[in-house]
Design a binder for this molecule. Structure first.
Ligand code: B1M
Length: 211
């Protein structure tokens, strides 16, 4: 089995030590950091996402694989910076005002980063002003997460505030979180909704016409 295959398997299986050891091994074999990312790590996360969607994996498995990914990315990040790799696009994401749940948001961040996007984390309990600032800062996509039925309306409040501030049409706005639906997303004027972290990648790529 090649070192790239070993990295892929280690991430899929949630083996953090194996991931780190094999990424280090690949670097000693002079395998390019971009190849490690594109040919092993990102495909591994796609496979994890597929297994999650099919019901074979659950949140704990996805979290452990995401942690492996993070550890591997940590080793590659300085090398990738040197290669001038441009992120696919810039995404800012936060959990809306009043809501402190961040596990799902953090998974979305890890998956998007793994897919090659630059992601700014706006944190939890994020007021509309933070999303407006992020739109002004040149992000291509503004993403909002909510886990409570009582905080879902904060998404519409945020979108309305973005309109007021004149930044709504400069970005794509997407929403997600367990209580949300596609219909709700449409009703508040969002550009898209994704039910999970993996489909958030497809959603962003689709909205930015990267498919
Ligand atoms: Co809270 N909580 N909680 N909670 N909590 C829920 C959400 C609840 C459903 C539990 C229940 O009653 N069964 C319920 C909400 C009921 C409702 O609104 N109808 C609830 C409640 C009531 C509360 C409090 C009000 C409890 C209280 O204090 N009385 C309180 C509110 C605090 C606040 O936010 N102001 C509260 C507090 C907490 C904790 C702090 C203890 C903790 C959060 C810790 C943390 O996040 N750091 C917590 C937890 C852990 C939960 C449950 C048990 C688990 C949530 C979770 O992390 N799921 C939850 C019950 C449940 O969901 N079954 C519950 C795993 C996570 C990976 O999934 O976040 O759905 P999820 O993310 C998914 C997708 O939704 C999607 O991708 C993710 C990965 O696939 N996604 C996006 C999420 N955001 C996205 C954004 C996108 C795209 C996709 O952008 C485009």
């Amino acid at each position: 089995m090649s070192t790239l295959d070993l990295i892929k398997d280690a991430i899929i299986e949630g083996d953090k030590k194996g991931t780190v050891a094999n990424v280090e091994q690949a670097l000693t074999e002079d395998i390019h950091a971009l190849s490690i990312l594109n040919d092993a790590m990102i495909p591994a996360m796609s496979e994890v996402g597929k297994r999650f969607e099919s019901g074979e994996y659950f949140v704990p498995e996805m979290l452990v694989s995401a942690k492996c990914m993070k550890e591997g990315v940590k080793l590659l990040r300085p090398l990738l910076a040197l290669t001038d790799m441009q992120p696919l696009a810039k995404v800012a994401i936060g959990t809306v005002r009043g809501d402190l749940h961040d596990i799902g948001k953090n998974l979305v961040i890890m998956m998007l980063e793994g897919a090659g996007f630059a992601v700014t984390d706006l944190g939890v309990d994020a007021p509309p002003e933070k999303f407006i600032e992020a739109a002004k800062a040149g992000n291509d996509v503004i993403a909002m997460s909510a886990l409570l039925t009582t905080t879902m309306p904060a998404m519409k409040v945020t979108i309305d505030a973005m309109k007021q501030a004149g930044v709504r049409d400069t970005v794509k706005v997407i929403v997600g979180g367990a209580p949300l639906t596609q219909a709700y997303a449409e009703s508040i004027g969002a550009d898209g909704y994704s039910a999970d972290a993996n489909s958030a990648i497809r959603l962003v790529k689709g909205l930015l016409q990267m498919d």
